[in-house]
Design a protein around this ligand. Sequence first.
Ligand SMILES: [Zn+2]
Length: 374
Amino acid sequence: MRITDAMRAVFVELLVHGPMSRAEVARRLDLSPSALTKVAKPLLDAGYLIEQSSDGQKGVGRPSQPLQVDASRLSFIGIKLTADELFAVRADMTAVIQDQLSLPLAGHDVDTIVAQIAEVVRRLTEAHRDVAGVGISLAGTATPGDPVVGTSPFLGWSQVPLARLVEEAVGIPTVIDNDVRALTVAQQWFGEGVGRSSFALLTVGAGIGCGLVLGGRVVTGRSGATGMIGHLAIDDRGPLCERGHRGCARAYATSTAIRRTIAITLDQPDLTFDDCLELARRGQPVARRVLDDAGRALGQVIATVANIIGPELVILSGEAVHMYPLCADALQAALTQHTHWTSTPVPVSVKPFTFAEWARGAAVSALQHLLLHS
Ligand SMILES: [Zn+2]
């Protein structure tokens, strides 16, 4: 089947916005009814679209029934690599997770990780021949249009042709992406970004990441570098980050920095990040102050992003987002203080975080890239 741009547009419209009448699809895409019929027919014949009758049964040749994507027609594997673990999901075309697994990384050398990815893909696909793509996300510079990971600090990689190596090992089209951007893509098509032409997604965890959608497009930036907001200067009298900046956002607001500052100040080196949150919850003054400082730094980061791009929404997520209730007041106060005086503070939506969500993002990144660019 030759895929035309009109077919892609119809399919994506239905994929992202759900079932709708032929008249509605035609109106949204500025197509005549006959043009839509011509575009939809091959997609219906190939089983990518179905017509859903009001009683929930698939209908055939009933033009009055809404069109929808058959989400089960294809599935995608999404894999998120961290410094020490691999999280994987198999998701259908609407990003609903069907299966998932995780395993510890056996090492950081490329051959070892490619072999582990191949094993995971084999396990998730053995009873499913419908897997159309593999997406792999990781912290660092990577874009779906390039098979090469530029830099991945956590893995110690530079210029690794990961997508090509995995594709050769598993025999399925493979794309790579920056992890925060992949999460952003999932929100754009299947999350809070649906129907918004601009939004930002901020992640807070061991680092601070930022994915951007502007004018309906995910921003990739030069060489995959975009949203590098972690070392934004907050206060030049503040603590040092690991790169030697005094008072940058990372020095205040990452889980690593929060834990370290509280553990050193209280002289309790074994405190975990969650121990620190518990201390703050109980009102321990040092922990409270450090969480307030973290909230202020995040509020300033969000205000800066909002001042530059004017997003409709900022979604806040990441491994450390459960600290939000402990720093929300300081965050909102700083957001208000640093938002340009002609604007109102951008709405912030807090999204609970799971590692499966990172992997799901990688699956959606593969879906989006293969759908739009192949
Ligand atoms: Zn820094």
